[in-house]
Ligand binder design. Structure first.
Ligand SMILES: Nc1ncnc2c1ncn2[C@@H]1O[C@H](COP(=O)(O)OP(=O)(O)OP(=O)(O)O)[C@@H](O)[C@H]1O
Ligand SMILES: [Mg+2]
Length: 687
């Protein structure tokens, strides 16, 4: 681990990561402007979200909650100083009440000044409503009437009416509404603005969610297509080392993980960061000390979220691992169900399953535990923070250090601040799996595909030549050793040999599923590496030893002679349930109908009955005249009519000749032939 974290490998990792990011970015191509639009909408949403609590603050501070208090200054040097400032700096927010008393609109004072006169006991706790008749816009006469006709509530001073806040309940409801109509109107305006903001948030966030997911799905679509077409173009050797399940995961889950990161992490993250920064700025502007406390809480939450993430990561990994194990086990069991039944292994199998299942349960419980403790804990911290702010902020409000509107806004902002932090842990998980997924996909995309281009020749004669071919699948052990032979156009050549001697390997090389390490293979005199693989495969039809049929493969185009006694309709309806022999028949039909210049049959009649086999033999001899044919068969009676027979032994061609030649030679072929005849005779006798 320590070694891996060395500077050198970190540097390598960074360039690797950069390459991955560049690669991923490449997929965003035509959707970049959509992403930009989504981002702009997101910034707008963030700004509106920030504005909402502030509008509430203005409504409360300016119009709902009375901010006028009475300030009284004593006859000391210090008080005189403050009185002077008040008269000079805040003259328009002050109503002199005679002597050293003043009505002061505290919401307009600087917080430092306000703090000082509050601390020094120069302001009283009582709140007042102040009405300047000159400022009244609507119903001035009626308002004035209310003011004048309620002398027990309103006091007139210096052309201004003021009332103790608590005495306002002496007014009738109608009078009160009239007196405060200006404020009521302002509050209504602010409510309308608030409504507009919320509508804006609704519209913008719907739009950006749509745009983001739309482009995400488009990107995922493109990526998935590219990954799959890349997989299709990969060489056979790649599939030897990569199980199906893994590749399925690449195409489905991994692409999904990246999409999820794109839609819910990357762009959302930008918004979260914007909101957090914005909230801090607005908070700082409203009150510095309280903001410092909020920062402290945020930091705490962040640490908890980080711890949560670390813990979550390991339990997540366990859960995923146990699910993978469970999947693999079920898959394997179902695939091998015949063997399980044959060897009566149901019980053992089930017990193994139970262990794996228990492991999965345990992993899930661990995860549950983490979720059940950490998440509520983080939630608790956030609620605690809110409670703290309510208490401490409330204290500050009482000391005039903070307006009540600001406190309300604070409580709202704090929730806005904590939400992204609480989501951090979960988002990190998405990010983590997307990182792994993109690494996987990037590596997959980096695997060299099969060659696509090459020469396409015109008419195919069908000659094939192996020139000193050496080949190994795993670069450890030679499977073919210096194999050389030539098949002339129109010739029928048989390839025989013991199990594992390399026959199918020769077929693999002819079709370029693999390339030999040494030597050349010539098709009609051209090195097959120079030919376009598509052209090569078009001109060779083959029936493989390991058959695989697609469900819908069975079409009408095959030579009819093959289908006697076989219900094609039934076969068509379900390609999977047909018998091994039927499968071979379908493949033979496909190969014959392709009418390519070169035909390869690798154990193509091993599963069909003798009667149909005879027909296939005849078809081979008569219908495929002029077609070069390579037949691989264990049953030697099938190949005795071949023009030539090649014997391969442990990866080397040991004998070549006609059936008679080889019998006379008394070598491997002779021995094999004798053996098969003996078995045949023996079984006849037995019968
Ligand atoms: N994809 C592969 N990866 C690694 N080794 C392989 C692969 N395919 C075959 N081999 C090995 O290469 C050797 C030759 O295999 P090949 O399939 O050519 O034998 P064969 O002559 O066709 O045998 P059979 O008569 O059983 O069909 C065997 O030892 C086999 O285990
Ligand atoms: Mg084989």
């Amino acid at each position: 681990m320590a070694l891996m974290d060395s500077d050198e490998s970190k540097k390598g990792k960074t360039t690797y990561d950069l390459k991955i990011i560049k690669w991923l970015y490449g997929f965003t191509g035509p959707y970049r402007w959509l992403m930009l639009l989504a981002l702009i909408l997101m910034v707008l949403t963030a700004l509106l979200e920030l504005a909402v609590p502030y509008i509430a603050k203005i409504a409360v501070d300016k119009y709902i909650y009375p901010s006028w208090r009475i300030a009284e200054f004593k006859d000391t040097e210090r008080d005189r100083q403050f009185e002077k400032t008040l008269n000079e700096k805040y003259a328009q927010f002050v109503v002199p009440l005679g002597g050293n008393s003043y009505l002061v609109d505290t919401s307009e004072l600087d917080s430092e000044y306000k703090n000082n006169i509050e601390k020094l006991g120069m302001v009283t706790e009582e709140k007042y409503l102040v009405i300047k008749p000159d400022d009244i816009k609507d119903n001035a006469a009626r308002v004035k009437n209310v003011l004048v006709s309620n002398p027990d509530v309103f006091t007139r001073e210096d052309g201004v009416y003021y009332a103790h806040y608590d005495s306002l309940d002496k007014l009738s409801r109608g009078d009160l509404t009239l007196v405060r109509s200006d404020e009521i109107r302002q509050v209504a305006v602010l409510a309308a603005v608030l409504f507009l903001c919320l509508t804006g948030i609704f519209i913008f966030s719907s739009l950006f969610t749509y745009l983001l997911n739309y482009s995400g799905h488009k990107i995922m679509h493109t990526m998935r297509s590219e990954v799959f077409s890349h997989i299709l173009a990969l060489p056979q050797s790649f599939f030897d080392n990569n199980p199906v399940g893994r590749l399925t995961t690449r195409v489905t889950n991994d692409v999904n993980a990246i999409n999820e990161m794109y839609t819910s992490v990357t762009v959302q993250f930008i918004k979260d960061v914007l909101v957090v920064i914005g909230v801090f700025i607005v908070m700082f502007f409203m009150n510095k000390t309280l903001t410092l406390y909020v920062i402290l809480f945020t930091f705490l939450m962040f640490v908890f979220a980080l711890l949560f993430r670390i813990r979550l990561k390991s339990v997540y990994r366990d859960v995923r691992r146990s699910i993978a194990k469970l999947n693999a086990f079920v898959q394997e069991s179902v695939r091998g169900i015949v063997l399980i039944k044959l060897y009566n292994r149901e019980m053992e199998n089930f017990e193994k399953f139970r262990d794996t299942n228990r492991e999965n349960f345990k992993a899930n419980m661990d995860q549950l535990w983490v979720y059940a403790t950490f998440r509520p804990f983080i939630e608790f911290t956030s609620v605690f923070a809110v409670a703290f702010i309510l208490w401490y902020g409330g204290l500050k409000v009482l000391r005039l250090d903070l307006t009540i509107g600001a406190l309300i806004a604070y409580l709202y902002y704090v929730r806005m601040l904590f939400r992204p932090i609480m989501e951090l842990a979960e988002k990190y998980n998405i990010f983590q799996s997307a990182t792994v997924a993109s690494e996987n996909l990037y590596d997959l995309a980096g695997v060299k595909t099969e060659q696509k281009d090459g020469i396409e020749e015109g008419a195919v004669k069908g000659s094939l030549e192996f020139e000193n071919i050496w080949f190994s699948y795993d670069e450890n052990e030679w499977v073919l050793k210096d194999v050389s032979f030539k098949i002339e156009p129109g010739e029928t050549v048989a390839l025989v040999g013991l199990t594992g001697s390399g026959k199918s390997t020769i077929v693999n090389l002819i079709l370029r599923f693999y390339d030999p390490q040494r030597g050349r293979i010539l098709f009609d005199g051209t090195d097959i590496r120079e030919l376009k693989p598509e052209f090569l495969r078009q001109n060779i039809s083959a029936v493989f030893q390991d058959l695989f049929l697609f469900g819908k493969d069975i079409s009408d185009t095959y030579s009819d002679f093959l289908y006697e006694g076989v219900n094609i309709e039934e076969m068509r309806s379900n390609g999977h349930t047909i018998s091994s022999g039927e499968k071979q028949l379908v493949s033979l039909g496909q190969a014959f109908s392709k009418k390519a210049g070169f035909l390869i049959l690798d154990e193509a009649t091993s599963s069909i009955d003798a009667m149909i086999e005879r027909k296939v033999q005849n078809a081979l001899r008569h219908e495929s005249k002029g077609q070069t044919t390579l037949i691989i068969a264990h049953r030697l009676s099938n190949v005795r009519h071949a023009d030539r027979i090649m014997v391969i032994h442990k990866g080397e061609i040991s004998e070549i000749g006609t059936h008679e030649d080889l019998l006379q030679k008394k070598g491997i072929y002779f021995n094999l032939y004798q053996l098969q005849n003996e078995i045949h005779r023996f079984s006849l006798l037995e019968g």
